[in-house]
Design a binder for this molecule. Structure first.
Ligand code: ZN
Length: 419
Protein backbone atom coordinates (compact mmCIF):
# COMPACT_ATOMS: atom_id res chain seq x y z
CA UNK A 1 0.00 0.00 0.00
CA UNK A 2 2.81 2.38 0.86
CA UNK A 3 4.42 1.60 -2.49
CA UNK A 4 1.20 2.56 -4.21
CA UNK A 5 0.97 5.83 -2.25
CA UNK A 6 4.55 6.60 -3.27
CA UNK A 7 3.83 5.76 -6.89
CA UNK A 8 0.71 7.97 -7.06
CA UNK A 9 2.15 10.85 -5.03
CA UNK A 10 3.70 12.88 -7.89
CA UNK A 11 0.55 12.85 -10.06
CA UNK A 12 -1.40 16.10 -10.18
CA UNK A 13 -5.01 15.07 -9.62
CA UNK A 14 -8.11 17.19 -9.46
CA UNK A 15 -11.87 16.58 -9.67
CA UNK A 16 -11.45 16.03 -13.42
CA UNK A 17 -8.60 15.58 -15.87
CA UNK A 18 -5.77 13.34 -16.91
CA UNK A 19 -4.26 13.00 -13.42
CA UNK A 20 -7.40 11.16 -12.34
CA UNK A 21 -7.31 8.95 -15.45
CA UNK A 22 -3.66 8.11 -14.82
CA UNK A 23 -4.47 7.27 -11.18
CA UNK A 24 -7.38 5.04 -12.19
CA UNK A 25 -5.15 3.20 -14.67
CA UNK A 26 -2.75 2.34 -11.82
CA UNK A 27 -5.63 1.18 -9.60
CA UNK A 28 -6.89 -0.92 -12.51
CA UNK A 29 -3.62 -2.87 -12.45
CA UNK A 30 -4.73 -4.31 -9.08
CA UNK A 31 -8.53 -4.65 -9.29
CA UNK A 32 -10.99 -4.94 -12.19
CA UNK A 33 -12.00 -1.32 -12.64
CA UNK A 34 -14.65 0.14 -14.91
CA UNK A 35 -13.86 3.76 -15.76
CA UNK A 36 -16.76 6.09 -16.45
CA UNK A 37 -16.58 9.44 -18.24
CA UNK A 38 -19.45 11.85 -17.59
CA UNK A 39 -19.55 14.84 -19.94
CA UNK A 40 -19.05 18.38 -18.64
CA UNK A 41 -22.38 20.14 -18.41
CA UNK A 42 -24.29 17.01 -17.35
CA UNK A 43 -26.84 17.87 -14.69
CA UNK A 44 -26.43 15.79 -11.53
CA UNK A 45 -29.22 16.71 -9.11
CA UNK A 46 -28.68 20.38 -8.24
CA UNK A 47 -25.12 20.37 -9.61
CA UNK A 48 -23.49 20.38 -13.02
CA UNK A 49 -20.45 18.34 -14.03
CA UNK A 50 -17.76 21.03 -14.42
CA UNK A 51 -15.40 21.71 -17.27
CA UNK A 52 -12.35 19.47 -17.37
CA UNK A 53 -9.12 20.88 -16.01
CA UNK A 54 -5.67 19.88 -17.19
CA UNK A 55 -2.34 21.47 -16.42
CA UNK A 56 1.08 21.24 -18.01
CA UNK A 57 3.08 23.86 -16.12
CA UNK A 58 2.82 26.84 -13.79
CA UNK A 59 5.35 29.17 -12.20
CA UNK A 60 6.14 32.78 -11.29
CA UNK A 61 9.29 34.64 -12.38
CA UNK A 62 10.29 37.22 -9.77
CA UNK A 63 11.88 40.64 -10.58
CA UNK A 64 15.38 39.11 -10.33
CA UNK A 65 14.51 36.37 -12.86
CA UNK A 66 14.19 33.62 -10.27
CA UNK A 67 11.52 30.93 -10.76
CA UNK A 68 9.08 30.65 -7.84
CA UNK A 69 6.12 28.40 -7.14
CA UNK A 70 7.29 25.89 -9.72
CA UNK A 71 4.45 23.42 -10.40
CA UNK A 72 7.01 20.89 -11.58
CA UNK A 73 8.72 20.98 -8.17
CA UNK A 74 5.46 20.63 -6.23
CA UNK A 75 2.00 20.51 -7.77
CA UNK A 76 0.48 22.08 -4.63
CA UNK A 77 2.02 25.39 -5.77
CA UNK A 78 -0.79 25.98 -8.21
CA UNK A 79 -4.31 26.73 -7.02
CA UNK A 80 -6.11 23.60 -8.18
CA UNK A 81 -8.40 24.44 -11.14
CA UNK A 82 -6.51 27.65 -11.98
CA UNK A 83 -7.50 29.21 -15.30
CA UNK A 84 -4.72 29.72 -17.83
CA UNK A 85 -2.82 33.01 -17.56
CA UNK A 86 0.46 34.41 -18.90
CA UNK A 87 0.93 38.01 -17.87
CA UNK A 88 3.32 40.44 -16.17
CA UNK A 89 2.07 42.26 -13.10
CA UNK A 90 3.07 44.15 -9.98
CA UNK A 91 3.39 42.52 -6.55
CA UNK A 92 0.22 44.36 -5.45
CA UNK A 93 -1.71 42.78 -8.31
CA UNK A 94 -0.22 39.34 -7.66
CA UNK A 95 -0.68 39.23 -3.89
CA UNK A 96 -4.47 38.58 -3.75
CA UNK A 97 -3.76 35.42 -5.77
CA UNK A 98 -1.19 34.03 -3.29
CA UNK A 99 -2.04 31.68 -0.42
CA UNK A 100 0.13 30.66 2.55
CA UNK A 101 -0.23 29.41 6.14
CA UNK A 102 1.22 31.92 8.65
CA UNK A 103 0.99 29.34 11.48
CA UNK A 104 3.15 26.86 9.58
CA UNK A 105 5.57 29.11 7.66
CA UNK A 106 7.41 26.23 5.93
CA UNK A 107 4.37 24.41 4.55
CA UNK A 108 2.61 24.95 1.24
CA UNK A 109 -1.18 24.95 1.55
CA UNK A 110 -3.48 22.97 -0.75
CA UNK A 111 -6.20 25.20 -2.17
CA UNK A 112 -8.82 24.72 -4.85
CA UNK A 113 -11.20 26.87 -6.84
CA UNK A 114 -13.47 24.43 -8.65
CA UNK A 115 -16.58 26.49 -8.97
CA UNK A 116 -15.19 30.01 -9.40
CA UNK A 117 -12.98 30.69 -12.40
CA UNK A 118 -9.80 32.29 -11.11
CA UNK A 119 -6.10 31.53 -10.80
CA UNK A 120 -3.65 31.47 -7.92
CA UNK A 121 -0.52 30.09 -6.32
CA UNK A 122 0.20 28.48 -2.96
CA UNK A 123 3.55 28.96 -1.27
CA UNK A 124 5.22 28.80 2.12
CA UNK A 125 4.61 31.83 4.30
CA UNK A 126 8.38 32.25 4.57
CA UNK A 127 8.62 32.58 0.80
CA UNK A 128 5.69 34.99 0.67
CA UNK A 129 7.39 37.31 3.15
CA UNK A 130 10.53 37.36 0.99
CA UNK A 131 8.76 38.75 -2.09
CA UNK A 132 10.02 42.22 -3.12
CA UNK A 133 8.37 45.00 -5.11
CA UNK A 134 8.79 44.82 -8.87
CA UNK A 135 7.44 43.12 -11.95
CA UNK A 136 6.41 39.46 -11.82
CA UNK A 137 5.73 37.16 -14.74
CA UNK A 138 2.88 34.77 -13.99
CA UNK A 139 2.39 31.58 -16.01
CA UNK A 140 -0.35 29.00 -15.65
CA UNK A 141 -0.31 26.71 -18.65
CA UNK A 142 -3.61 24.97 -18.03
CA UNK A 143 -6.84 24.30 -19.88
CA UNK A 144 -10.37 24.50 -18.56
CA UNK A 145 -12.59 23.17 -21.30
CA UNK A 146 -15.60 20.96 -21.92
CA UNK A 147 -14.49 17.39 -21.29
CA UNK A 148 -15.53 14.86 -18.70
CA UNK A 149 -15.55 13.86 -15.07
CA UNK A 150 -13.83 10.51 -14.66
CA UNK A 151 -14.47 7.98 -11.94
CA UNK A 152 -13.69 4.33 -11.34
CA UNK A 153 -15.95 1.58 -10.10
CA UNK A 154 -15.16 -2.00 -9.13
CA UNK A 155 -17.83 -4.54 -8.28
CA UNK A 156 -16.75 -7.77 -6.62
CA UNK A 157 -19.69 -10.14 -6.62
CA UNK A 158 -20.70 -12.20 -3.63
CA UNK A 159 -23.59 -14.62 -3.01
CA UNK A 160 -26.01 -11.77 -2.34
CA UNK A 161 -26.79 -8.79 -4.53
CA UNK A 162 -26.86 -6.75 -1.31
CA UNK A 163 -23.80 -4.58 -1.32
CA UNK A 164 -21.11 -3.15 0.90
CA UNK A 165 -19.86 0.20 -0.38
CA UNK A 166 -16.27 1.35 0.05
CA UNK A 167 -15.83 4.86 -1.31
CA UNK A 168 -12.69 6.94 -1.54
CA UNK A 169 -11.92 10.24 -3.22
CA UNK A 170 -9.35 10.57 -5.97
CA UNK A 171 -9.23 14.33 -6.45
CA UNK A 172 -6.29 15.46 -4.32
CA UNK A 173 -2.87 16.03 -5.90
CA UNK A 174 0.34 15.36 -3.91
CA UNK A 175 -1.28 14.68 -0.53
CA UNK A 176 -0.74 11.34 1.15
CA UNK A 177 -3.05 10.80 4.08
CA UNK A 178 -5.92 12.69 2.46
CA UNK A 179 -6.42 10.98 -0.02
CA UNK A 180 -3.76 8.57 -1.28
CA UNK A 181 -3.96 6.41 1.84
CA UNK A 182 -7.68 5.87 1.16
CA UNK A 183 -7.04 4.98 -2.49
CA UNK A 184 -4.33 2.46 -1.56
CA UNK A 185 -6.33 0.88 1.27
CA UNK A 186 -9.49 0.57 -0.84
CA UNK A 187 -7.46 -0.99 -3.66
CA UNK A 188 -5.84 -3.52 -1.35
CA UNK A 189 -9.16 -4.42 0.27
CA UNK A 190 -10.35 -5.04 -3.29
CA UNK A 191 -7.37 -7.33 -3.93
CA UNK A 192 -8.09 -9.21 -0.71
CA UNK A 193 -11.81 -9.56 -1.50
CA UNK A 194 -10.98 -11.02 -4.90
CA UNK A 195 -8.84 -13.68 -3.26
CA UNK A 196 -11.68 -14.90 -1.03
CA UNK A 197 -13.31 -18.13 -2.15
CA UNK A 198 -16.80 -16.94 -1.35
CA UNK A 199 -18.30 -13.73 -0.08
CA UNK A 200 -21.71 -13.16 1.43
CA UNK A 201 -22.06 -9.61 0.13
CA UNK A 202 -21.14 -7.99 -3.12
CA UNK A 203 -18.63 -5.18 -2.71
CA UNK A 204 -18.73 -1.94 -4.64
CA UNK A 205 -15.52 0.08 -4.61
CA UNK A 206 -15.82 3.67 -5.80
CA UNK A 207 -12.86 5.84 -6.74
CA UNK A 208 -14.45 9.23 -7.26
CA UNK A 209 -13.68 12.92 -6.98
CA UNK A 210 -14.92 14.32 -3.67
CA UNK A 211 -18.47 15.73 -3.50
CA UNK A 212 -19.18 16.08 -7.24
CA UNK A 213 -18.14 12.44 -7.75
CA UNK A 214 -20.51 10.95 -5.18
CA UNK A 215 -23.30 13.27 -6.36
CA UNK A 216 -22.65 12.13 -9.93
CA UNK A 217 -22.57 8.46 -8.98
CA UNK A 218 -25.75 8.67 -6.90
CA UNK A 219 -27.61 10.55 -9.63
CA UNK A 220 -26.72 7.84 -12.16
CA UNK A 221 -27.29 4.92 -9.79
CA UNK A 222 -30.40 5.57 -7.74
CA UNK A 223 -31.56 1.97 -8.13
CA UNK A 224 -28.15 0.45 -7.44
CA UNK A 225 -27.83 2.62 -4.33
CA UNK A 226 -30.78 0.74 -2.82
CA UNK A 227 -28.65 -2.41 -2.76
CA UNK A 228 -26.09 -0.76 -0.46
CA UNK A 229 -26.69 -2.19 2.99
CA UNK A 230 -23.46 -1.05 4.64
CA UNK A 231 -20.77 1.37 3.64
CA UNK A 232 -17.62 3.18 4.66
CA UNK A 233 -15.91 6.26 3.32
CA UNK A 234 -12.21 5.43 3.29
CA UNK A 235 -9.82 8.31 3.87
CA UNK A 236 -7.02 9.46 6.20
CA UNK A 237 -5.98 5.90 7.04
CA UNK A 238 -2.21 6.22 6.82
CA UNK A 239 -1.15 8.59 9.61
CA UNK A 240 -0.19 7.64 13.14
CA UNK A 241 -3.22 9.18 14.83
CA UNK A 242 -5.70 7.12 16.82
CA UNK A 243 -8.56 5.53 14.88
CA UNK A 244 -11.78 7.49 14.45
CA UNK A 245 -15.23 6.35 13.52
CA UNK A 246 -17.81 8.81 12.32
CA UNK A 247 -21.27 7.32 12.60
CA UNK A 248 -23.70 7.21 9.71
CA UNK A 249 -26.69 9.53 9.84
CA UNK A 250 -28.72 6.55 11.08
CA UNK A 251 -26.38 6.28 14.04
CA UNK A 252 -27.24 2.72 15.03
CA UNK A 253 -26.88 0.91 11.74
CA UNK A 254 -25.03 -2.40 11.66
CA UNK A 255 -21.96 -0.70 10.19
CA UNK A 256 -21.95 1.73 13.13
CA UNK A 257 -22.10 -1.07 15.69
CA UNK A 258 -19.59 -3.24 13.79
CA UNK A 259 -17.03 -0.45 13.45
CA UNK A 260 -17.30 0.56 17.10
CA UNK A 261 -17.08 -3.08 18.15
CA UNK A 262 -13.89 -3.69 16.19
CA UNK A 263 -12.24 -0.48 17.41
CA UNK A 264 -13.41 -1.14 20.98
CA UNK A 265 -11.62 -4.50 21.05
CA UNK A 266 -8.25 -3.10 19.95
CA UNK A 267 -7.48 -1.95 23.49
CA UNK A 268 -6.37 1.44 22.24
CA UNK A 269 -8.22 4.74 22.58
CA UNK A 270 -10.27 5.74 19.56
CA UNK A 271 -12.53 8.65 18.67
CA UNK A 272 -16.20 8.11 18.20
CA UNK A 273 -17.77 10.91 16.22
CA UNK A 274 -21.50 11.49 15.99
CA UNK A 275 -22.94 12.18 12.56
CA UNK A 276 -22.59 15.75 11.30
CA UNK A 277 -23.36 16.97 7.76
CA UNK A 278 -19.80 17.93 6.79
CA UNK A 279 -16.63 15.97 6.07
CA UNK A 280 -16.28 13.67 3.06
CA UNK A 281 -18.68 11.86 0.73
CA UNK A 282 -20.75 10.43 3.58
CA UNK A 283 -22.46 13.84 3.29
CA UNK A 284 -24.01 12.73 0.01
CA UNK A 285 -24.61 9.05 0.84
CA UNK A 286 -26.34 10.13 4.05
CA UNK A 287 -28.39 12.94 2.50
CA UNK A 288 -32.03 12.41 3.50
CA UNK A 289 -33.12 11.19 0.05
CA UNK A 290 -30.70 8.25 0.39
CA UNK A 291 -29.92 7.96 4.11
CA UNK A 292 -27.58 5.04 3.44
CA UNK A 293 -25.86 3.25 6.30
CA UNK A 294 -22.48 4.77 5.43
CA UNK A 295 -20.02 5.83 8.10
CA UNK A 296 -16.41 6.88 7.86
CA UNK A 297 -13.57 4.93 9.40
CA UNK A 298 -10.27 6.76 9.52
CA UNK A 299 -7.25 7.38 11.68
CA UNK A 300 -7.02 11.15 12.17
CA UNK A 301 -10.34 12.53 11.04
CA UNK A 302 -11.35 15.22 8.57
CA UNK A 303 -9.41 18.43 9.20
CA UNK A 304 -8.30 17.27 12.65
CA UNK A 305 -4.55 17.07 12.09
CA UNK A 306 -2.10 19.91 11.53
CA UNK A 307 -0.78 18.59 8.23
CA UNK A 308 -4.30 18.40 6.72
CA UNK A 309 -4.41 20.02 3.25
CA UNK A 310 -0.76 21.08 3.34
CA UNK A 311 2.51 19.92 1.84
CA UNK A 312 3.27 18.27 5.20
CA UNK A 313 0.66 15.60 4.40
CA UNK A 314 3.47 13.74 2.70
CA UNK A 315 5.31 10.43 2.46
CA UNK A 316 6.68 10.89 5.99
CA UNK A 317 3.29 11.45 7.61
CA UNK A 318 1.96 8.22 6.12
CA UNK A 319 3.81 5.07 7.13
CA UNK A 320 3.45 1.42 6.08
CA UNK A 321 2.70 0.19 9.61
CA UNK A 322 -0.17 2.67 10.01
CA UNK A 323 -1.65 1.58 6.70
CA UNK A 324 -1.29 -2.06 7.73
CA UNK A 325 -3.12 -1.46 11.01
CA UNK A 326 -5.92 0.29 9.13
CA UNK A 327 -6.19 -2.60 6.67
CA UNK A 328 -6.55 -5.01 9.59
CA UNK A 329 -9.30 -2.90 11.15
CA UNK A 330 -11.20 -2.76 7.86
CA UNK A 331 -10.85 -6.51 7.33
CA UNK A 332 -12.14 -7.10 10.87
CA UNK A 333 -15.18 -4.92 10.15
CA UNK A 334 -15.75 -6.83 6.90
CA UNK A 335 -15.48 -10.10 8.85
CA UNK A 336 -18.27 -8.89 11.15
CA UNK A 337 -20.50 -7.94 8.21
CA UNK A 338 -19.82 -11.24 6.44
CA UNK A 339 -20.66 -13.40 9.46
CA UNK A 340 -23.20 -11.43 11.43
CA UNK A 341 -26.30 -13.63 11.30
CA UNK A 342 -29.21 -14.56 13.51
CA UNK A 343 -29.25 -18.13 14.82
CA UNK A 344 -31.75 -20.19 16.79
CA UNK A 345 -30.81 -22.63 19.55
CA UNK A 346 -32.30 -26.00 18.57
CA UNK A 347 -32.14 -27.28 22.17
CA UNK A 348 -33.38 -24.24 24.07
CA UNK A 349 -34.76 -26.08 27.12
CA UNK A 350 -31.84 -26.03 29.57
CA UNK A 351 -28.25 -26.11 28.45
CA UNK A 352 -27.36 -28.89 26.05
CA UNK A 353 -24.51 -31.07 27.28
CA UNK A 354 -21.47 -29.69 25.53
CA UNK A 355 -18.94 -32.17 26.97
CA UNK A 356 -20.34 -35.16 25.14
CA UNK A 357 -20.10 -33.19 21.90
CA UNK A 358 -16.44 -32.35 22.49
CA UNK A 359 -17.25 -28.67 22.92
CA UNK A 360 -16.54 -28.38 26.63
CA UNK A 361 -13.30 -28.99 28.47
CA UNK A 362 -12.99 -32.61 29.54
CA UNK A 363 -11.62 -31.80 32.99
CA UNK A 364 -13.66 -29.38 35.07
CA UNK A 365 -12.48 -26.48 37.23
CA UNK A 366 -9.64 -25.28 35.04
CA UNK A 367 -9.48 -21.79 33.67
CA UNK A 368 -8.07 -22.85 30.30
CA UNK A 369 -10.33 -22.09 27.40
CA UNK A 370 -12.74 -20.31 29.68
CA UNK A 371 -13.47 -17.49 27.29
CA UNK A 372 -14.14 -19.98 24.50
CA UNK A 373 -16.65 -21.75 26.69
CA UNK A 374 -18.20 -18.48 27.78
CA UNK A 375 -18.69 -17.63 24.12
CA UNK A 376 -20.47 -20.99 23.60
CA UNK A 377 -22.76 -20.33 26.56
CA UNK A 378 -23.57 -16.80 25.46
CA UNK A 379 -24.41 -17.91 21.96
CA UNK A 380 -26.64 -20.74 23.17
CA UNK A 381 -28.37 -18.39 25.58
CA UNK A 382 -28.96 -15.55 23.15
CA UNK A 383 -29.69 -17.65 20.04
CA UNK A 384 -33.41 -16.98 20.40
CA UNK A 385 -33.91 -15.59 16.92
CA UNK A 386 -33.83 -12.06 18.29
CA UNK A 387 -30.09 -11.49 18.69
CA UNK A 388 -27.57 -11.26 15.88
CA UNK A 389 -24.05 -12.52 16.59
CA UNK A 390 -22.92 -8.90 16.77
CA UNK A 391 -25.61 -8.16 19.35
CA UNK A 392 -24.37 -11.17 21.34
CA UNK A 393 -20.80 -9.93 21.12
CA UNK A 394 -21.86 -6.49 22.32
CA UNK A 395 -24.00 -7.81 25.17
CA UNK A 396 -21.40 -10.33 26.38
CA UNK A 397 -18.38 -8.08 25.91
CA UNK A 398 -16.70 -10.92 24.02
CA UNK A 399 -14.98 -10.13 20.75
CA UNK A 400 -17.04 -10.91 17.65
CA UNK A 401 -14.40 -13.34 16.37
CA UNK A 402 -14.86 -15.60 19.42
CA UNK A 403 -18.66 -15.40 19.20
CA UNK A 404 -18.48 -16.28 15.52
CA UNK A 405 -16.23 -19.29 16.17
CA UNK A 406 -18.57 -20.48 18.92
CA UNK A 407 -21.63 -20.14 16.67
CA UNK A 408 -19.96 -22.07 13.86
CA UNK A 409 -18.91 -24.85 16.26
CA UNK A 410 -22.45 -25.09 17.69
CA UNK A 411 -23.93 -25.10 14.21
CA UNK A 412 -21.59 -27.91 13.17
CA UNK A 413 -22.66 -29.85 16.27
CA UNK A 414 -26.29 -29.53 15.23
CA UNK A 415 -27.24 -27.27 18.13
CA UNK A 416 -27.78 -24.09 16.16
CA UNK A 417 -29.56 -23.19 13.00
CA UNK A 418 -29.24 -20.00 11.02
CA UNK A 419 -32.38 -18.09 10.10
ZN1 ZN B 1 -9.27 16.84 1.49
Amino acid sequence: MYGMVKDLYPICRSITGNGVRQTLRRIGEHVPLVTHEVASGTAVYDWTVPKEWNIRDAYIIDPSGRKLCDFKQNNLHVLNYSMPIHRKMSLAELKPHLFSIPDHPDWIPYRTSYYKETWGFCLSHKQLLELVEGEYEVVVDSSLEPGALTYGECLIKGESTDEVLLSCHTCHPSLCNDNLSGIALTTYIGKWLQQQGSLRYSYRLLFIPGTIGSITWLSRNEQAAKRIKHGLVVTCVGDGGPFSYKKSRRGEAEIDVASQHVLGHRNEPFNLIEWYPYGYDERQYCSPGFNLAVGSLSRSSHGQYDEYHTSADDLQLVQPEYLAQALQVYLDVIDVLEHNRVYVNLQPKCEPQLGKRGLYRAIGATHDGKSKEMALLWVLNLADGEHSLLAMAERSGIEFKAIKEAALALRDAGLLSGI
